[in-house]
Design a protein around this ligand. Structure first.
Ligand code: DQA
Length: 156
């Protein structure tokens, strides 16, 4: 099967379906759909389509990452709390050839100690965290730059 260069895959993990009403003092009042729209607009401006999947199930994320090996040029992932312990997601991302960008609304490194570990970070070219909604556009920008080969590792 040929690999499409035109699709970016945005993955949203556990509890992100609640954005808008979930702890708004931490995550803001925008919904996940709002953030997806920001990411899609940024992708389209760069000439890419953006596909999005949200799931509360670790295995569903793993299957989506596996399927992306044949369909997506890059993955942008906010795994939610899976970030901190789901090594199956680390392994699936490690088997993905394209660039992976880790994304968080908040900055987990400035929160509870258990959030300081990210199992996704070692397989990502960059982490965008603590930027709220605009971080979705920034993450797409980094993914596109990486696909085009104009960006080295860029942790923000
Ligand atoms: C989050 C940070 C995680 O620690 C948390 O479990 C989430 C959201 C973020 O976007 O800030 O669910 O990924």
């Amino acid at each position: 099967m040929s690999v499409s260069n035109a699709v970016l895959l945005l993955l949203s993990g556990v509890n992100l379906n609640l954005l808008g009403t979930r702890e708004p003092e931490i995550y803001g009042t925008s919904t996940l759909e709002d953030h997806v729209q920001v990411a899609r607009t940024q992708a389209n401006m760069a000439g890419y389509d953006l596909e999005h999947l949200q799931t509360n199930f670790e295995g569903v994320l793993v299957e989506a990452i596996q399927a992306a090996r044949n369909t997506a040029a890059a993955i942008i992932i906010n795994p939610g709390a899976f970030t901190h312990y789901a090594w199956s997601i680390h392994d699936a991302l490690a088997a993905f050839d394209g660039p992976v960008v880790e994304l968080h609304l908040s900055d987990p490194k400035k929160r509870e100690v258990w959030r300081h570990v990210s199992v996704v970070e070692p397989v990502s070219i960059a982490t965008v965290s603590g930027e709220g909604g605009p971080g979705y556009a920034r993450a797409v920008e980094i993914a596109v730059e990486a696909i085009k080969g104009t960006s080295a590792k860029n942790n923000s």
